[in-house]
Design a protein. Structure first.
Ligand SMILES: Cc1ncc(COP(=O)(O)O)c(C=O)c1O
Length: 395
């Protein structure tokens, strides 16, 4: 039988990126004690009061069909939260609730992009971005993110890649995998470029609440002059340690929400009212779960830096947010992939090769900060020993 081209286009993008992770899981299944620093999942359970709220809502009959935009109670809670945080009125008619940031971005790109359009996106990038763009038939235009700029995207690098087909500037701040956080000045300068070339700004802010203590968070929604062209997606996956609930939202101009609605209705016919009630509770309270994580991950990032920076030529890039730290392993003479494969085989530590996130991280590895301190310390000793041995062999 014949199939459309989209599944093939997407299938080619995923599996190779997860090679080391899958090998680590296979080794664990065979009984080997691998320290797994590959994927990042929140290190605490979903708060019981949120689970209780979902349970209460289910028992109270909140199990019927919803509508394509979202439950009014949750739309209002999100409008309040964004108005308070962004310092200007954001209405419930500007919000759409969908299952997770991932679905929000998928539907947003379906709403904004035609085949042949171009999307400018920082490289390295989160593993699913290539597929999110490819599903629309649009072309991804990678914009190199440079370590010496703290991996914050440079407006001049964006401008240099603009063509008549450029349509969307796709931002991710706080950024996965680099942990970079855009400053207000960065966003203002990027906004100038977007206005000059009439681009949409689509921002993935799923790590907003995981900014490390003392680092300021800024959003394109802060700037009223960008309001007509800004779409922000987020969820409770990271902030409330609740990825399995698949509860996210997208905030943009009211017209954007209107245009998105038929797509949301066609795909989903509405999401679950009991999850909406739970999410409304989550987004109405202070982000205490996320703050705890941000403090722990910041401390572990400092541990990684103390343990590895300058050891056997390794360089640590200290993140400002999120769940990961990056290490430059080029001094060992290996690619990120070869370093990660040999580290797993010889020292039973699993890390992600930088190459899984784009060409910009060739020769780097990414470490997850979501395992407990003792394991991080052991893993750092093994990585340091591995790098030292590789350097000796290369000498
Ligand atoms: C940058 C980024 N965006 C989106 C997601 C997915 O978020 P959600 O669970 O809300 O779909 C992740 C998950 O790791 C992520 O790192």
């Amino acid at each position: 039988m014949r199939y459309a081209g989209v599944p093939d286009r997407l299938a080619g993008l995923g599996s190779a990126k997860w090679e080391v992770h899958l090998r680590a899981r296979a080794a664990k299944a065979e009984g080997r004690e691998v320290i797994e620093l590959t994927i990042g999942e929140p290190d605490v359970p979903t708060p019981p009061e949120l689970i209780e709220e979902a349970h209460r809502a289910m028992l109270a009959g909140r199990t019927g069909y919803s509508n394509g935009q979202g439950e009014p109670l949750l739309l209002a809670a999100l409008a309040r939260r964004y108005s308070a945080r962004r310092g200007r009125t954001i209405g419930a008619d500007q919000v759409t609730c969908l299952p997770g940031t991932q679905t929000c971005l998928y539907a947003t790109f379906r709403t904004l992009l035609e085949p042949g359009d171009e999307v400018l996106v920082g490289d390295p990038m989160y593993a699913t971005y290539e597929g999110l763009i490819a599903q629309t038939g649009a072309t991804m235009v990678p914009v190199p993110l440079r370590a010496e700029r703290g991996f914050r995207i440079d407006p001049a690098d964006v401008e240099a890649r603009i063509t008549p087909r450029s349509r969307v500037l796709f931002l991710n701040s706080p950024h996965n995998p680099t942990g970079a956080v855009l400053r207000r000045e960065d966003i203002a300068a990027l906004g100038e470029v977007a206005r000059k070339h009439d681009l949409w700004i689509v921002a993935d802010e799923v790590y907003e609440d995981l900014v490390f203590p003392g680092v300021p968070f800024a959003s394109p929604l802060d700037l009223p002059e960008l309001a007509e062209r800004t779409v922000v997606a987020s969820s409770i996956s990271k902030s409330h340690s609740a990825p399995g609930f698949r509860s996210g939202w997208v905030v943009g101009p009211a017209e954007f929400a209107e245009r998105l609605l038929p797509l949301s209705e066609t795909m989903l016919f509405g999401s679950q009212p009991f999850i909406a009630d739970m999410t409304a509770m989550a987004v109405s309270g202070p982000p205490t779960v996320a703050q705890g994580m941000a403090e722990r991950f910041a401390a572990r990032a400092a541990m990684v830096q103390r343990a590895l920076d300058g050891v056997a030529g390794l360089r640590v890039h200290r993140p400002e947010a999120g769940m990961f730290a990056l290490v430059d392993v080029r001094a060992t003479g290996l690619s990120g992939r070869d370093f990660a494969l040999s580290l797993l085989a010889e020292r039973e530590v699993a890390v992600m090769p930088g190459e899984s996130f784009g060409e910009g991280l060739r020769g780097w590895i990414r470490l997850s900060l979501t395992v407990e301190d003792g394991l991080i310390a052991r893993a750092m000793e093994r990585i340091a020993a591995h790098a030292a041995r590789l350097r000796e062999n290369a000498a």
